[in-house]
Design a protein around this ligand. Structure first.
Ligand code: FAD
Length: 324
């Protein structure tokens, strides 16, 4: 088996951040396996495929066809199978997006391969792939070790690994693969972007408010301005979503979004287990709460015991002053 194959994703006319993260980790794992790092671009992503070389790919495969202009399970799995047959990877890495969950499960089934979803770490131990992933709302950390000699499909949670540094002078061969029979059983008629959609899961910085904000007006006075000053997105606990302060799209937690940003600020959030389930793998967690016994402090990297009404405006002003 040959090393690592990364399934690329694009955002606009560039590689998605998750692809740069996977290429960075993929490079280390390929070296540990004694193999090479390949990248696969399917459908519209082929436009940015060559960029994968700047982030460590040794070879790049593309599969382009009219039937691949939109995501379908059959189409993308058939395209991936073409690359897998050509490259024979020990590990196939993709992001844990809505579509990639569907794709990864179908690909692993067709390959009779091991699958791990929501992965937060990957290692090579004695030649075998080892994946780490949280479960049970983040209270249990599982380590899976896969038998060597069979491919492994790992869907990685965003922002689990640093992005690979760009090496603009690097290049790699790009090979266009043909798929003989590409007859997806589904066709996509129309894709309608949702108006006002909130992309919390992609945000590198999230500022979340909870019931400690007191009321809806106070939430909007204090939380979005801090998020904006930091260039981040704003989130909410379920308590205040249920109370109608903030739309559901902003909810973080077991029944909301699972996020893993570089910085998560929780203000006036108690840290109920269902909330922690959606954010505890964030890299740095800052909690602001007037109750020193609030459970959120148990997982916080930095804790501030105090009143959100005093601390948030000061913090926002200070950040604006420093960043301008
Ligand atoms: P509270 O628990 O009321 O906490 C408010 C906090 O603010 C307190 O710690 C308080 O000390 C602090 N505070 C008050 N005033 C101030 C002030 N002036 N300054 C600073 N701090 C202050 N919850 C989620 O968030 N996401 C989910 O996805 C989710 N899913 C759930 C699923 C199920 C099946 C169930 C049963 C529950 C779920 N919950 C979820 C709800 C969860 O159990 C909690 O009820 C909820 O997270 C509490 O929200 P909160 O922290 O905003 O409010």
């Amino acid at each position: 088996m040959n090393g690592v194959l990364v399934i690329l994703e694009a955002v606009g006319d560039d590689l998605a951040a998750i692809s740069r993260e996977l290429l960075g980790k993929g490079r280390q794992l390929a070296d540990a396996l004694g193999g090479s790092l390949a990248a696969l671009a399917i459908g519209p992503t082929t436009a940015v495929a060559a960029r994968a070389a700047h982030f460590g790919a040794d070879q790049i495969f593309t599969v382009e066809a009219p039937a691949l202009s939109q995501y379908t399970t059959d189409g993308y799995v058939a395209a991936a199978m073409a690359a897998v047959k050509t490259f024979n990877p020990a590990l196939i890495m993709a992001g844990t997006s809505f579509q990639m969950r569907d794709f990864g499960a179908a690909l692993a089934t067709d390959l009779n391969a091991g699958l791990s979803v929501d992965v937060t770490d990957l290692k090579v131990v004695d030649g075998a792939i080892q994946a780490t992933r949280p479960s049970h709302g983040g209270n249990v950390i599982n380590t899976y070790r896969f038998a060597a000699g069979k491919p492994v499909v790992a869907l990685v949670r965003k922002q689990s690994f640093p992005e690979a540094a760009a090496q603009p002078d690097r290049s790699a061969p790009v090979t266009a693969l043909a798929v003989a029979e590409l007859n997806p059983r589904t066709t996509v008629e129309e894709v309608k972007p949702k108006a006002g959609a909130v992309n919390l899961t992609d945000a590198a910085i999230i500022v979340t408010g909870g019931r400690g904000l007191g009321n809806k007006d106070n939430y909007y006075r204090l939380i979005p301005p801090l998020a904006e000053a930091l260039g981040g997105a704003y989130g909410a606990s379920r308590a205040i979503v249920d109370d109608g302060w903030v739309p559901y799209e902003h909810q973080v937690g077991q029944t909301g979004k699972t996020v893993s940003p570089k910085l998560y600020i929780a203000a006036g959030v108690s840290g109920a287990i269902q909330h922690l389930a959606g954010m505890r793998t964030s890299r740095t967690i800052v909690a602001i709460n007037k109750d020193p016994e609030a459970p959120i402090f148990r997982i916080a990297t930095l804790g501030v015991v105090g009143d959100v009404n005093e601390i948030l405006p000061l913090l926002t002003e200070e950040i604006k002053a420093r960043l301008n």
